[in-house]
Design a protein around this ligand. Structure first.
Ligand SMILES: C[S@@+](CC[C@H](N)C(=O)[O-])C[C@H]1O[C@@H](n2cnc3c(N)ncnc32)[C@H](O)[C@@H]1O
Length: 293
C-alpha cells in the first residue's frame, strides 16, 4: 500500500484510464513492427494509485466509508495501468511535482522488477520538464505516447506546442472543461485580469472571449449601452479546444469524450492528438474508435 493517502474519483476515472490503456496496447502493437524506440510518458503521474479530484464528488466525500472501501481495493492509477499494458513499451517516464507522491512512485520499480531498468522517475514541474524534453532531444528515432492528466488548468499551451513540434508524440489530454474553464467563463463576461491570463495560457490565444461571448449595443435610460452575455456552452468550449489542437497537430480526434460526474456535469474532456504526420491518420482512427461513447 502506498504511504501517501489515496482516494478515488468516480467511474469516469476508470473509464478514462481504460480508454488510454487500450490505445497504449494498440500503439505498442503497431510500433513493434517499426524501428523506433518508443516510450510512455505520464507527466502528472500521481502516486501510481488513483487519487480523488478535489471538489469532484462531494456526495462521496460525505460518505467516507465509501472512499475507504474503494481505496482498500488499491485502485490502479495511470502509471500502474501503463506498466501492465501488453506489448510493453521500451521506456516509461513518470513525472510528478509533489515530493511525497513522487516518493510513492518508487515502489513501481519493486512491483515491476522486469521493467525496473526502464522506469524513469522525475520529480519536476511537468511544463518545464516537457518543454525541455521536447525541444532539446533528438526525436528522429524516438516516439512516445504522452498522457497529461492534471486536476485543473496546469497544462500550458506552450507545452502543447512543444509536444506538437516534435512530430513524434501522440497526446492524450484531460482538458478541464467543467471543473475549471466553464466555471471561469462568467455569464456577464467580466473576467478578472488574472483569470483572463490563466485562460490565455491554457488556450494559447485570446480570441476565446469573442467566441464565448456576444456583445449587443442598445439604447438604455442614459444613452447607448453595451450588454455582454455568454454564448459558449460546453460544446462550444470543446469545439474551440479541438480547433486549437488542430492548429498545431497533424491529426486530432474529433469526438473528444466528456467525462461526467454522478450529477451529470461534464468535468473533463478526454482529447487525443496525433504527433506524426505520417502516422496521424491511423492514430486518429484508433483513438476515435476508443473515444466512442
Ligand atoms: C489527477 S492527478 C494524476 C492521477 C494519475 N494520472 C492517476 O491516474 O493516478 C494529478 C497529479 O499531478 C500532480 N501535479 C500537479 N501539478 C503538477 C505539475 N505542474 N507538474 C507535475 N505534476 C503536477 C499532482 O501532484 C497530482 O499527483
Amino acid at each position: 500500500m502506498a504511504e501517501v493517502p489515496h482516494r478515488f474519483g468516480g467511474d469516469w476515472t476508470a473509464d478514462k484510464l481504460e480508454r488510454v490503456a487500450k490505445y497504449l496496447s494498440a500503439y505498442a502493437t503497431i510500433m513493434n513492427r517499426q524501428h523506433f524506440r518508443f516510450a510512455y510518458i505520464d507527466a502528472f503521474a500521481g502516486t501510481g494509485y488513483r487519487t480523488l479530484r478535489p471538489n469532484d464528488e462531494p456526495k462521496q466525500l460525505m460518505f467516507p466509508e465509501l472512499a475507504e472501501e474503494e481505496s482498500q481495493q488499491f485502485l490502479e492509477g495511470s502509471a500502474r495501468k501503463a506498466l501492465q499494458v501488453q506489448p510493453r513499451f521500451h521506456k516509461y517516464i513518470f513525472i510528478e511535482k509533489d515530493e511525497h507522491r513522487f516518493q510513492a512512485l518508487t515502489s513501481l520499480r519493486i512491483e515491476f522488477p522486469h521493467l525496473a531498468d526502464d522506469i524513469v522517475l522525475v520529480n519536476a514541474e511537468a511544463n518545464s520538464y516537457l518543454q525541455d524534453m521536447c525541444d532539446n532531444r533528438n526525436w528522429k528515432q524516438h516516439r512516445a505516447v504522452l498522457f497529461l492528466d492534471p486536476y485543473g488548468m496546469q497544462v500550458e499551451w506552450q507545452t502543447i506546442e512543444a509536444i506538437a513540434r516534435t512530430q513524434a508524440i501522440d497526446l492524450w489530454l484531460l482538458f478541464p472543461l467543467g471543473i475549471a474553464v466553464n466555471r471561469l467563463l462568467r455569464r456577464d463576461g467580466k473576467i478578472d485580469p488574472a483569470v483572463r491570463n490563466a485562460l490565455n495560457r491554457l488556450f494559447g490565444a485570446e480570441d476565446w472571449h469573442e467566441t464565448f461571448y456576444q456583445t449587443k449595443k442598445g439604447i438604455g435610460l442614459f444613452g447607448p449601452e453595451t450588454h455582454t452575455h455568454k454564448v459558449g456552452d460546453f460544446d462550444a468550449i470543446a469545439r474551440y479546444m479541438i480547433g486549437r489542437l488542430q492548429t498545431v497537430f497533424p491529426g486530432v480526434a474529433e469526438n473528444p469524450l466528456p467525462l461526467f460526474n454522478s450529477r451529470n456535469n461534464p468535468l473533463y474532456l478526454l482529447c487525443f492528438a496525433a504527433g506524426n504526420p505520417r502516422g496521424a491518420k491511423t492514430a486518429v482512427k484508433i483513438a476515435q474508435d476508443i473515444l466512442k461513447r
